[in-house]
Design a protein around this ligand. Structure first.
Ligand SMILES: Cc1cc2nc3c(=O)[nH]c(=O)nc-3n(C[C@H](O)[C@H](O)[C@H](O)COP(=O)(O)OP(=O)(O)OC[C@H]3O[C@@H](n4cnc5c(N)ncnc54)[C@H](O)[C@@H]3O)c2cc1C
Length: 404
């Protein structure tokens, strides 16, 4: 009987297991995760989890990992090497595992400050343990300094404000959410957070984080020192692609896969945040940092590993973020947009920005509290259907933007 192995227990690995077992209910499957927890909901960690008192993570649908003998669940162990010639994995526990088909779903890890800069303890947020540690220090009136004004930093800022903390966000770029490339969203997020009492410092570089007196932390910045009780760093992630790279698979800021989640090795598939995959509608490859995308792509990887070559994933990146009572959604690749049209007033709490490339292809849609519109656009693009008139006619009013 064929032996399948999935490395990684995030949404990509979890969905890969589900689709694999749906296609091959009798398959022999092992899942290896270097985390100790059963697969859990990571997005929850920077939102409601920080506001509540749950002592365990919110788990994903039960795969029977604790009970079912057909899935060998190996947790708290990292795969350190893939030996493609022998079709074996070597774990850091000394164990080795043979595979016929392998799915790499190793996700990303947080980008860290160098030891030269971080001379005092700081918090990062990726895992359940990270979230537990951060929550335990978010006491009312603490001064929380957040380095990085991206989605994670801003979600933590919102939660910390809701916990009654004083919050300062330090961002190196001239705007928040700079990586989305949509100025309307950056300005709106700035108004949202300052309106909720967050102190923002833009275009500020952090030079050093030092221990201060009385248990405080001193953040030395290009604009002067900032005294903090808690420092949280959210400066992005990097894909856990070394495992694939060192065994000779194609890696280019992520494991390169095709629409079937296949690597250049016919026995190895990859899915989720660790991959660089082709976005069919836009004709480009991208790496997506999205919960939904990771799950959907994982489902395809599981089917493909089980032999179903009709399964394909080429969706536009799509991510959401909840901050205070607002929901932000970003579909597509804003960096490709050269002109935008807006539905709704971007100075209010409900608006939609649609971005077109210079050759009039819709390349992104970004919305504040316009989830239904984004879903409608996403559905239409996925099915290759014409856009509803309300969206299609927006192109006529699209304004060319400079600097996006
Ligand atoms: C705090 C937080 C909030 C987020 N909020 C949102 C949100 O609101 N919306 C959204 O769309 N996205 C959000 N994201 C992003 C989303 O969680 C990720 O895109 C998604 O988890 C990626 O899934 P994945 O399965 O590819 O990788 P991961 O979830 O990173 O899972 C990969 C797993 O593989 C393990 N692993 C890595 N290397 C090895 C190895 N060598 N051996 C064994 N195991 C290994 C990792 O430890 C991890 O458990 C958030 C992320 C974080 C951290």
């Amino acid at each position: 009987m064929e032996q399948f192995v999935i490395v990684g227990g995030g949404p990509a690995g979890h969905r890969a297991a589900r689709s694999l077992l749906a296609a091959k209910p009798q398959a022999r499957l092992a899942m290896v995760s270097n985390e100790r927890q059963l697969p859990y909901d990571r997005p929850h960690l920077s939102k409601r989890f920080l506001l509540g008192d749950d002592s365990s993570p919110s788990l994903l649908a039960d795969l029977g990992l604790r009970t079912e003998s057909r899935i060998e669940w190996i947790s708290g162990a990292a795969v350190g090497e893939i030996d493609r010639e022998a079709a074996r994995l070597h774990l850091d526990t000394g164990q080795s595992l043979a595979y016929d088909k392998l799915v790499i779903a190793t996700g990303s890890r947080v980008r860290k400050l160098s030891a030269e800069v971080a001379q005092a303890p700081v918090h990062y947020l990726r895992t359940f343990e990270d979230a537990l540690a951060l929550r335990s220090v978010l006491a009312s009136h603490a001064h929380v300094v957040i380095i990085g004004g991206g989605f994670i930093g801003l979600e933590v800022a919102a939660a910390a404000r809701q916990r009654g903390c004083r919050v300062t966000v330090l961002e190196a770029q001239p705007q928040l959410l700079a990586r989305t490339g949509c100025q309307a969203l950056s300005r709106w997020a700035q108004a949202l957070h300052t309106g909720n009492g967050v102190e923002l410092q833009l275009q500020v570089n952090v030079n050093a984080i030092e221990r201060g007196a009385a248990g405080k932390t001193l953040v030395q910045t290009s604009a002067g020192p900032v005294l903090a009780d808690v420092v949280v760093v959210g400066i992005g992630v990097q894909p856990n692609a070394e495992l694939a790279g060192t065994c000779g698979l194609d890696v280019d800021d992520g494991v390169v896969v095709d629409r079937n989640c296949a690597t250049q090795d016919p026995n190895i598939f990859a899915a989720g945040e660790v991959t660089r995959y082709p976005v069919t509608q836009l004709g480009v490859h991208t790496r997506s940092e999205s919960w939904t995308a990771a799950g959907e792509q994982g489902g395809v990887a599981g089917s493909a590993a089980a032999g179903d070559r009709s399964a394909a994933y080429g969706e536009m990146p799509w991510l959401s973020s909840d901050q205070y009572t607002s929901a932000i959604q970003c579909l597509g690749i804003p960096q490709l947009a050269s002109k935008y049209a807006y539905l709704g007033d971007v100075h209010t709490d409900q608006w939609l920005a649609m971005g077109w490339s210079s050759d009039d292809r819709l390349v992104c849609a970004i919305g504040a509290n316009r989830n239904r519109d984004i879903s409608a656009i996403r559905r239409a693009m996925k099915r290759n259907e014409p856009l509803a008139e309300i969206y299609a006619s927006a192109l006529k009013s699209a304004q060319t933007t400079t600097g996006k």
